[in-house]
Design a protein around this ligand. Sequence first.
Ligand code: COA
Length: 316
Amino acid sequence: MSLSRKLSQRLADHVNDIDLVSLSRISEARLTERALPNIGLVELVSAKDFAKLYDALYISMFPHQPERERSDLITDRLQEEFAGQRRDLAPYRVVGIRDHDGKAIGAAQFSVLLLPGYAVPYLQYLYVRIENRRQDMAEVLHTMILAVATADAKAHDNRSVPFTLLETKPAGYGKDDASQAVATQRAIIHTKAGAVAIMLRRESDGTTSSPHVQPGLEMGDPPLSLVWAIRRSPAMVAQAIDVVDVKHIGQDLIAAYYQSLRDEGFPEPNIRLAESIRLARPAILRYGKHTKETEDKQFVEILEQIADRDRSLKSA
Ligand SMILES: CC(C)(COP(=O)(O)OP(=O)(O)OC[C@H]1O[C@@H](n2cnc3c(N)ncnc32)[C@H](O)[C@@H]1OP(=O)(O)O)[C@@H](O)C(=O)NCCC(=O)NCCS
C-alpha cells in the first residue's frame, strides 16, 4: 500500500511528478502500518467540501475565536483558488484526510509564500480529530503540504521548497492553567515532529523573544505574539541551503508574511500595528548587536540545526 494510492484525482494530478517518499520523515513501512489503514482519501479540499466536512472539526479544534480565521474567508479563498482566480496571489490550499466513511479525520490549511528564488508553505492550521491521534496523520499532512507546495513552487519559476513555516503559541503561554498546558503541549508536538522555533536572542543577557507578531484577524482584535517554527523539508536534508539567500532570509520571510496578509485583505490598521510592534521589538529589548544581519544569521543557524537532527533521524 502506498500513500499515492489514497490521493483524490485532483490531488494526484497536482503532485503528479513529485516523489512523496522523499518528502516524508517516516518510512513507508511505518506509514503502511500506522496511518494508511485508517485513511479513506487524501484530498485538495474544495470550498464546498470544506464547509460540509471540515469546518465543524476546524472550529472545534480552535475554539478560541481570536486565533481562528473566519470560515467564510477560507471558503471564499478556496472557491477562487479552484476557479483559477488567484493568479497574482500566493496559492492557498487545504489538504484534508477522510476516513473510510468519508468523514473528516484532519486537515492542514496553508498558503504558499513566494520568496526570491524559493517558496515556503506557511501553515496556518493543522488538526487531527481525537480518535485518530498518534497514528502519524499529522506526518501525512506535513508530507502532503510539502508535496502540494513543491508543485505550486515549480509552477512559479521552478522555485524550490526548503522548509515549512508554522506558527504556534509560546510554550507555557496563556491566561489560565488549561490554556498554558495546551500551548506547551503544542510546542512539544511540533518539536517532536521536527520543527524548531525561531527566536531572537538578546546578546547581552541571552533573553529570547519572538520575531513573529500576528495582527488581529478582525477589526479591533489585538495583535498576538506567536512563535514561528521551521520544519525542514526531508527532501532538502542532504542538500546545502544554498537555494535560500541567507543574507535576507529573516527579512524576506517577514516581508512576505505581512504582504500576504495585505493581499488577503486583513484589516490594514491591524497589520500596521503588528508591523510596528515587530519593528520596535529589537529596539525595545535593546539588542546588543542586533541588526538585520544577526537576525538572518539566527534563521540560518536554526536551519542547520534541523538538518543535523533530521540526518540522524533518517540514519537511525
Ligand atoms: C497537533 C496534532 C495535529 C498532532 O496530530 P497527530 O496526528 O496525533 O500527530 P502524529 O501522530 O503525526 O505525531 C507525530 C509525532 O508527534 C509527536 N506527538 C504527537 N502527539 C503528541 C502528544 N500528544 N504528546 C507528545 N508527542 C506527540 C510524537 O513524536 C509523534 O510520534 P509518535 O506517535 O511516534 O510518538 C493533533 O494533536 C491536534 O490536532 N491537536 C489539536 C490542534 C492543534 O494543536 N494543532 C497544532 C497547532 S496549528
